[in-house]
Design a protein around this ligand. Structure first.
Ligand code: ADP
Ligand code: GLC
Length: 488
């Protein structure tokens, strides 16, 4: 079986969030199971020069409205995975991937329509014709539509089945209807059955309608998005496709995130010997200028600073949190209003609160390794990776029971013999504080806490199981495509 994974970001080339972690590590796991998997992404400015880049004169031309846009497909490689990078500086050599702190790039519809077309042309010029094209999020979703509208008679491309993975329904790629001309499909596709969404064009919806199979990144979220509360207007179209909609939990890459062999942290540690975690805690307190104290409970959050992740709750709760005698560190970047509010809190509580606004992978590893508790009170969470990294580092998660957070964490008070963290249900400050208090009560009992930490570290969320589930979905996509070629 041959698969091409298309994504706007792939780690280790470039990453802004969990999407890159997933699209970077899934192909490695697939290869271990005997599936040939390659990736394709834009050649963003942020991709470091130290990757091998092979220019093989692979040129693609895509029609965007009445223009013909030329680009080059550059071949590269990481950890044995072949990658195709779409080089088009006019679209992708920019300071950010999707948006500046002041908002989205104004030509995102054009940039990602182009990328979605270039993916298909790249299949032709590289000669790597996958059985399944695995699309990820709105930036690639339209490929599923272009395949069925523009390439239905193409001898190579008409054979390609599609799987669309929705990593986050909060980002749909919605643009005004004047952008329809970029797509080069007729106005008959600007209807509620296809792309039209409250008078606008919705790229993700195009993918949901046209992909052979759809999945999201946890079972719970695959059910939630079929309801008005979480469906963000797409619940109807998702329900319509519910027999083709699956949930596959993300795996995590234990080569990258593993305290036993993590080169980015001051001291490695294992389930049997946790001494290193103490050293990392001190290093973390030092890194944030907090008082050095091994006993004080150290809570942490690493996240995009967005409404999704529950920062409204966090900001409301912080003053009360500090009455419990804890330290708290946040690493994140995102919406300007959260930057400002958190900076203001930092000036009020300089000794207890550590704040780093920015993106820093090394610091993310140190935080996982040094903190006691990881707090993630998301409003919604398709899967979430940080709670899984936290488990591996013995940093006990306190999470809101939604989406992947609910699927991956077992509440300790509900189930003391299997619990791996603390969960709360309502999206309120009171419930969040109550869950933190429950965690702190266990923290005060050293033996109970140590055994809870160890249980966390023993959880296995490696990719193998998830990759096997993806292989089943690829098979299903192929069957579906074969039995129903060229139709939707
Ligand atoms: P999402 O993709 O919704 O942002 P995930 O939990 O799936 O959430 O993945 C987030 C990933 O991004 C994790 O690997 C996390 O460590 C990383 N990350 C998020 N913010 C930062 C940051 N400011 N610095 C370093 N890494 C970050
Ligand atoms: C999204 C989601 C996150 C998920 C990640 C990778 O960004 O917000 O929950 O873990 O994608 O699938």
């Amino acid at each position: 079986m041959k698969v091409l994974i298309a994504s706007p970001e792939v780690y280790p080339f470039v990453k802004t969030g969990g999407l890159a972690d997933v699209t970077g590590s899934l192909p490695k796991a697939l290869k271990k199971l005997g599936v040939e998997a390659r990736v394709i992404l834009p050649k963003h400015k942020q991709i470091p020069d130290n990757f091998p880049f092979r220019y093989r004169n692979l040129k693609v031309s895509c029609k965007i409205s009445s223009k013909t846009v030329d680009a080059e497909i550059v071949e590269s490689e990481y950890d044995g995975v072949i990658a195709y990078l779409v080089e088009k500086d006019e679209y992708f050599y920019r300071d950010y991937l999707y948006s500046t702190p002041d908002g989205d790039y104004l030509d995102n519809a054009e940039r990602f329509t182009f990328f979605s077309k270039a993916i298909l042309e790249a299949i032709k010029v590289t000669g790597y014709v996958p059985d399944v094209l695995h699309l990820n999020d709105w930036e690639t979703a339209l490929s599923a539509m272009f395949l069925k509208v523009h390439y239905k008679d193409d001898p190579l491309l008409s054979r390609v089945a599609t799987l669309l993975t929705i990593h986050n329904l909060g980002y749909q790629g919605i643009f005004w209807h004047y952008d329809m001309h970029l797509l080069n499909v007729g106005w008959e596709y600007f209807t509620p059955e296809y792309l039209e969404f409250y008078g606008k064009i919705n790229f993700l919806k195009g993918g949901i309608v046209f992909a052979d199979i759809i999945n999201t990144v946890s079972k719970k979220y695959s059910q939630e998005i079929q309801t008005p509360e979480f469906g963000l207007g797409l619940e109807g179209v998702l329900r319509k496709r519910s027999s083709d909609l699956f949930g596959v939990l993300n795996g995590i890459d234990y080569d990258e995130w593993n305290p036993e062999k993590d080169e980015r942290i001051p001291a490695k540690y294992t389930v049997q010997n946790l001494e290193g975690k103490r050293i990392n805690k001190v290093a973390l307190q030092r890194a944030f200028g907090l008082s050095i104290n091994e006993e004080v409970p150290l809570i942490a959050t690493i996240s995009r600073l967005s409404e999704q992740k529950g920062f409204d709750l966090i900001i409301e709760a912080i003053p009360q949190l500090f009455t419990f005698g804890v330290q708290y560190v946040i690493l994140g970047t995102g919406e300007r209003r959260f930057h400002e509010e958190l900076q203001a809190i930092k000036t009020r509580f300089p000794d207890h609160f550590g704040l780093k606004i920015g993106y820093d992978n090394d610091l993310a590893h140190l935080i996982e390794a040094g903190a006691d508790i990881f707090l993630l009170p998301s409003k919604y969470e398709p899967c979430g990776l940080n709670q899984l990294y936290s488990l591996k580092y013995g940093t006990v998660p306190v999470v809101r029971a939604t989406g992947g957070l609910d699927d991956t964490i077992i509440d300790y008070n509900e189930n003391p013999s299997l619990g791996t963290g603390f969960k709360f249900y309502g999206f309120t400050k009171e419930e969040m504080i109550e869950a933190i208090e429950r965690a702190l009560a266990v923290y005060r009992n050293k033996d109970l806490w140590l055994s809870l930490m160890r249980r966390c570290m023993e959880q296995d969320f490696s990719w193998e199981r998830s990759a096997r589930e993806y292989i089943k979905l690829y098979q299903l996509a192929m069957e579906k495509h074969g039995s129903n070629p060229g139709s939707i």
